[in-house]
Design a protein around this ligand. Sequence first.
Ligand code: FAD
Length: 313
Amino acid sequence: MRRAEGSMRKRLPRARIETYLAPLLRATALTPRMLRLRVGGETLRGFAAGRTADERIKLFFPAPGERAPALPEIGPTGMRYPEGAAVPHARTYTVRSFDPDTLELDIDFVIHGDGRAVDWARRARPGDMLGIAGPTGGWTPAPEADVHLIAGDETALPAMATMLERIPAGSRALVIAEVADEDDEQYLEAPPGTEVRWVRRDPAGWRSPTPLERAVRELEWPEGVVHAWVAGEASAVRAVRRHLLGERGLERGALDASGYWRHGMTVEQWVATEGDDVNADEASNAGEASNAGEAVSANEAVSANEAVDAATR
Ligand SMILES: Cc1cc2nc3c(=O)[nH]c(=O)nc-3n(C[C@H](O)[C@H](O)[C@H](O)COP(=O)(O)OP(=O)(O)OC[C@H]3O[C@@H](n4cnc5c(N)ncnc54)[C@H](O)[C@@H]3O)c2cc1C
């Protein structure tokens, strides 16, 4: 295996983070467990999406019965809410696509069990208002890789789809996607040479190693320079990351791994449990691209309603 040179996560200068309130225009079921919500209109003028593949946004959800969520002010010391405002539920999602001409933003929601974000997505009707901060994100498939290994669960599919739109000519993508059921497999527009492997969640329930981890472990490792991007349930991502670094010998700069959610825990519980130690096993390497990816997610979670970084990463 040839080794990768340089980091695949290119840090771009941060765009100024803005907040937006936008109405829901339309909800479309992509699969039984994936709902595409299109929000947009004049209020999204200036929304600066499209710079990288895995752009994320912080969403602010109105409470039941509330017309629109309070939006934070984003200043040098963090996010601040107007005096007396109810602090809204906030979660991170991916920009699936944004059209600067029509000012329409698509966000794909996994319809999982219970959660205030998913409950809002289920109930939302055209005209309901969503708060948005961002976008941010800094990864794009690098031209120096021969093969882009892209692995994740349903929450990562929106980012995976945008990545497949940006695979540089001359390299190819190998995708491993874990979904609950066959019905949840989505059409992914991909360049020629892309191989997509769908794996199913265990019907018997959650257990480790997850099907995603098993599929990556069983992979016949491709020839050439391999870069990998992994996202999804945090413990699965961590296991895959350890495997890729430890057993496959991938260099840290060639790996971007991010926990997107944590099985059995709300984001707040996840952060309270793991907090800044979420990457404790690699604490000494903090700052390297592979850890930064997951740490970013954890930190986003930590500061969901507090710090400006939550909205700016
Ligand atoms: C950078 C980034 C990008 C993301 N992009 C997307 C995206 O584009 N689309 C998307 O759907 N999600 C995305 N996520 C994940 C999303 O933020 C989480 O799933 C979030 O926890 C949902 O919030 P909630 O309020 O519905 O549930 P929470 O209050 O956080 O959790 C409630 C319960 O639901 C469980 N749960 C949460 N998510 C899932 C899930 N996906 N499957 C099964 N159980 C779950 C939790 O374990 C908990 O038990 C992204 C996360 C990050 C960090």
